[in-house]
Structure formats: structure tokens, C-alpha cells
Design a protein around this ligand. Structure first.
Ligand code: ADP
Ligand code: MG
Length: 238
């Protein structure tokens, strides 16, 4: 288990500063949702936390440990993307076990961890299938399963449901909420969907042009947005 802290985090691509200074503390077990317009830096922020992108300035701590320049594999983090990028030629079980195989775990141990994750995600009947034999929602559950098997302290979700149809999105949203209750991991979740943000978040972070515009509990933001910009994302219509 681990909380997370971002201190003066910046990101430059060439001469362009796309994250202009983010300070944020996230408690252990919190479910924090990032919202904001396309291009405001949500994915870049997640990728820096995951270690998939270098940090230009500032500091990132996970569980009190400075991980600003740490190897992604040593951060205790797993990331689930919008496009689930499963290996088409491999079974569901092999896809889920892949990170453990890379980490050099013995097969019986991999099998046990995959079975455990499959149970949590109701994927047991599908373990022998190939990704193309699954629905969109099932595929995204496999992608989440591949994140779970490593027992990460922190889950990062980058618009994980935006490729699913409306009905599946609702189902998956409920599953993700259940997953959070069950695993009690810290979760950071990027979405465009106001309902997802309102129902999943313990706190919502509204981002604008590379910085935080407002942070608060869903109802706080909904009832007391600081400005029209925040209101446009989360606030009550007035
Ligand atoms: P969001 O996820 O909120 O839509 P991103 O984090 O993907 O936004 O992008 C933030 C800004 O950084 C955008 O202007 C984008 O064009 C820019 N950007 C992202 N990745 C790169 C990169 N590898 N090289 C240059 N610019 C990038
Ligand atoms: Mg993005």
C-alpha cells in the first residue's frame, strides 16, 4: 500500500512546458480522478508517475520513497491504457501472466496468481481463449487482470473505458469500484465521463493547460466550482 506525492512536477517537450508545476498529495487507498480538456497533460502526468516519461523538474514520491528517477518496474505501479494492447496470439491466461513471466517467476506461481486475478475479475471461463474471442469489456478486464497480477500499490488508469459502448462502460465502472473496495490500492483514473468521475472519485483533480485548476471531493466541486471552467467539467448546471 502506498500514498503518493507530486511536488513541483514539470514536464517539457523541447521548449514547450506541458506540465507547468503540479503539487498533489494522494492518501494511501484514495481513488483520485483526473479530468480536463484534451491536451491538458493528463496522460503525461500519469506517464511520469509510472516512470514511462522523465520528469523535467520536481519530485515524485510513492509510499514516502523518492521515485523521481526510479526504474518503472520498481515503483509498485501498474497502468491500464485506453487501448488494451493484448497479445493476439496468446491466451487470456498467458496475457495476464506475461508481466510475471518477464519478472522471472516460476510457472506454478504465475498460474496461481493468474487464477486469483481471474477470480476477482470473473474471467475464469475465458482463460484459454484468445483476445479476439472476447467482447470489448472482457478484453479490458484482461488488461486490468494483467495489472492486478503484480499486486501494485498504485493503479493508474488512462481513460480505460472510453473505447467501450455505453452499457459496458457502466458495467465496467461498477467493476472498477468493486475492485478498489476489494484491493484497497491507491488509484488514479483519467476520464472524460462526468458520471465516472462523480461516482468513482474520493477526490477529483481538474487540470487545465498543464496545471491543477481545482481539487475537491466530487460533491464539493459539483456544488462549489471555483469558476466556469471547473463548472464545465463537473459543476452543476446553473
Ligand atoms: P491529455 O492526456 O490530457 O490529452 P497529453 O498528456 O497527452 O494530454 O498531452 C499534453 C501535451 O503534451 C499536448 O500538447 C501534447 O501534444 C504534448 N505531448 C505529449 N506527448 C508528447 C511528446 N512525446 N512529444 C511532444 N509533445 C508531447
Ligand atoms: Mg490522454
Amino acid at each position: 500500500m502506498a500514498g503518493l506525492s507530486l511536488q513541483g512536477v514539470k514536464k517539457r517537450f523541447g521548449h514547450t512546458e506541458v506540465i507547468t508545476g503540479v503539487d498533489l498529495s494522494i492518501a494511501d487507498g484514495e481513488f483520485v480522478v483526473f479530468v480536463g480538456p484534451s491536451g491538458c497533460g493528463k496522460s503525461t502526468l500519469l506517464r511520469m508517475i509510472a516512470g514511462l516519461e522523465t520528469v523535467s523538474d520536481g519530485r515524485i514520491e510513492i509510499g514516502g520513497r523518492d521515485v523521481t528517477n526510479a526504474d518503472p518496474a520498481k515503483r509498485g505501479i501498474a497502468m491500464v491504457f485506453q487501448t488494451y494492447a493484448l497479445y493476439p496470439h496468446m491466451s487470456v491466461a498467458a496475457n495476464m501472466g506475461f508481466p510475471l513471466e518477464m519478472a522471472g517467476l516460476p510457472q506454478p506461481e504465475i498460474d496461481a496468481k493468474v487464477a486469483e486475478a481471474a477470480k476477482i475479475l470473473h474471467l475464469e471461463p475465458f482463460l484459454k481463449r484468445k483476445p479476439r474471442e472476447l467482447s470489448g469489456g472482457q478484453r479490458q478486464r484482461v488488461a486490468i487482470g494483467r495489472a492486478i497480477v503484480r499486486k501494485p500499490d498504485v493503479f493508474l488508469f488512462d481513460e480505460p473505458l472510453s473505447n467501450l459502448d455505453a452499457e459496458l462502460r457502466v458495467q465496467m465502472r461498477i467493476e472498477i469500484a468493486r475492485l478498489h473496495q476489494q484491493l484497497k490500492s491507491t488509484m488514479i483514473y483519467v476520464t472524460h465521463d462526468q458520471v465516472e468521475a462523480m461516482t468513482l472519485a474520493s477526490r477529483i483533480v481538474v487540470l487545465k493547460a498543464g496545471r491543477i485548476e481545482q481539487v475537491g471531493a466530487p460533491l464539493d466541486l459539483y456544488e462549489n466550482p471555483d469558476n466556469m471552467f471547473v463548472a464545465g467539467f463537473i459543476g452543476s448546471p446553473r
